[in-house]
Design a protein around this ligand. Structure first.
Ligand code: 5RP
Length: 258
């Protein structure tokens, strides 16, 4: 089935129905089923079918990626998939290890076969905002180096145009200077991400600044411009690598955008 939606092509629709993908019935080791969003579960479950034996796999970060890693860890063990994985955060790495998955590094593999990650926003041209979970640097390192980049997202993540908070990872001593430079690019307000009362420290020992943009007209250009600021490590616009987006619905159905 092919349906046109703006610039996105919806290539197929599927329904797991909640008979198959019933959040209340599955047994997950580290993800609490009562917290599970059915749309996120549906997209994570559907993503499993793109994993094949012997693949090198990038593991994303966030609640949708967490569901995926749990499901994948079990499938890896029960079906002897012999996957080798690179995680996009210390949290996802720890989860994969708990599930007995083999971790590898870029010393062992040149390119990942596939990466599976969540997103905060997906626009009609499949540009993304990612990193509101604080892991954008490792996510971009891994996701951009995957042969196939799959994004798992509930329908609520689909937007016509990217807007709002864009996370930017910043070297701590440059925080205020970077904020001034971001304002020149059109950012209207900022928050430095907090962890309780302290500033949040990323897995790479940096700060995360959320820079608000009213509307991102040219995502690729803004991604490059923000990264051109001295003191910025990377930012949460993912516009240079188009993903396959697995959209989950609350009723358990999914559709693929590419
Ligand atoms: C983390 C991310 C996440 O993928 C993004 O925030 C979506 O998270 P969730 O699946 O919990 O909605 O980019 O840095």
């Amino acid at each position: 089935m092919l349906v046109e939606m703006g610039c996105m092509s919806v290539f197929e629709t599927r329904s797991h129905g909640l008979g198959e993908a019933k959040p209340g019935r599955i047994t997950i080791t580290s993800t609490r089923t009562e917290d599970m969003d059915p749309a996120k579960y549906a997209s994570a479950h559907e993503a499993l079918r793109f994993v094949k034996k012997g693949m090198s796999v990038g593991l994303g970060t966030g609640s949708t990626a967490e569901i995926f890693i749990d499901l994948l860890g079990k499938k890896n063990a029960s079906e002897y998939l012999e996957l080798c994985c690179i995680a996009t955060s210390k949290a996802s790495e720890a989860q994969a290890l708990r599930l007995g998955m083999r971790l590898c590094g870029f010393d062992e593999i040149k390119k990942l076969d596939a990466a599976f990650d969540g997103a905060d926003q997906v626009d009609w041209d499949l540009n993304l905002i990612k990193g509101l979970g604080g892991a954008l640097v490792r996510e971009k390192i891994v996701d951009y180096r995957a042969e196939k980049f799959y994004v798992m997202a509930g329908e609520s993540k689909l937007v016509e145009r990217l807007s709002g908070a864009i996370p930017v990872e910043v070297i701590p001593m440059a925080e205020e200077a970077v904020k001034r430079d971001l304002m020149e690019l059109g950012a209207t307000k900022f928050e430095t991400r907090k962890d309780g009362r302290r500033k949040f420290i990323s897995d790479n020992s940096n700060l995360i600044v959320h820079a608000h943009f009213q509307s991102v007209e040219k995502p690729e250009k803004l991604e490059d411009e923000i990264n051109g600021i001295a003191g910025v490590v990377d930012n949460g616009i993912f516009a240079h690598k188009k993903p396959v987006v697995i959209v989950g619905r609350a009723d358990g159905g999914t559709r693929i955008l590419r």
